[in-house]
Design a protein around this ligand. Sequence first.
Ligand SMILES: Cc1cc2nc3c(=O)[nH]c(=O)nc-3n(C[C@H](O)[C@H](O)[C@H](O)COP(=O)(O)O)c2cc1C
Length: 213
Amino acid sequence: MNAQTLSVPAAIRARRTVRHYRPDPVPAELLDELLDLATQAPSAWNMQDRSIVVVSSETGRKALSEAAFGQPQPLEAPVVLVFVAETAAWEAANTDISAQATGSGAWNEQFTAMFESRAEFHSLRDRGLIRENAVKNAMIAATYVMLAATSLGLASAPMNGWDPELVKQAIGIADRDDLAITVMVTIGYTDAPPPHPGRRPRERTVHTELYAG
Ligand SMILES: Cc1cc2nc3c(=O)[nH]c(=O)nc-3n(C[C@H](O)[C@H](O)[C@H](O)COP(=O)(O)O)c2cc1C
C-alpha cells in the first residue's frame, strides 16, 4: 500500500521498543492495514483464538496506563492494542474455520476430521496447557503487529508490565475468566527511536543439534 514500506528483514532490524510518542494520530487506513496484517498471523489449527482490542480514547488509554503501573506508553501513544487470548474458543463449533479451509482446498478430509475431533485441544486441556496455547497464538499476532508497524513507518512497544485484572476492567471483560490478557502493544510515531540495546552474541543463544547452554 505504501512505496516506503520496509522489507521484513529491514523491519526486524529497525524495530525498537519506543516508550515515548508524538501526539500525532495514526491515520485510519494505516491502522486498518496494520490490523489486517495482524489477522494474517498463524495460530495452532488456525483456531484464531485471540482477539485485538483497539483502544484509542483518552479515557481508555489512561486506564491502561494506570493498569500498567503508570507506564507512559499507553497515554502518549495514540493507539494501544490489547491482545486477548481466548482460552475456551476451541470448545465452540468453529465450523466457519473448517468451511473456509476445506472450501479453498487448504485442508483435506483427514485434516478436517482431526480439526473437528479437537483431539489436540483435549490433550492440551488434560495437561493444563490450554491457556498457554492461546497465549502463544496471541503473542504471534502481536509480533506480526510490531514488525508490520515498523514496516509501515510506525513506532511500537510491547508491554507485559500490568495488572491483568485492571487491563480486563479497562477493556470491559472483568468478569470473563475464559479470556487472558497476553500483551499490550502501543502504536504511534516517534521523532527519536531509541538506540539498539544490543543482543548477546549469537553463539550464546543459537545452538547446533543439541542445546549447549
Ligand atoms: C513480552 C514483552 C513485554 C515487555 N514489556 C515491557 C514493559 O512493560 N515495559 C517496557 O518499558 N518495556 C517492555 N518490553 C520491552 C523490552 O524491554 C525490550 O523489548 C527489550 O529491552 C529489547 O529492546 P528492543 O525491543 O528495542 O529491541 C517488553 C518486551 C517484551 C518482548
